[in-house]
Write a protein of this length. Sequence first.
Length: 83
Amino acid sequence: MKKLSVLFMAIAAFVVVLAACGKGNNESDNKKIVVAATPTPHGQVAKKAGEIMKKKGYEVEIREVNDYKIPNKLLDKGDVDAN
């Protein structure tokens, strides 16, 4: 039960972050959010958050990486919107 609670909180936090990343000045802004994540657990959380964001009109692309440092580097370079 504790793991389920932690997973739910992580998904909720991720959805808030993705929503903030997609916030723009007008409705014609790009609704695609690119996320870099390790396959587990971050990739799994990102997939669930992507399903929720799809209902809100956003497309979430997940780029899975195998090193924990790579998502930060991709974010710094501007290759992804979130990690």
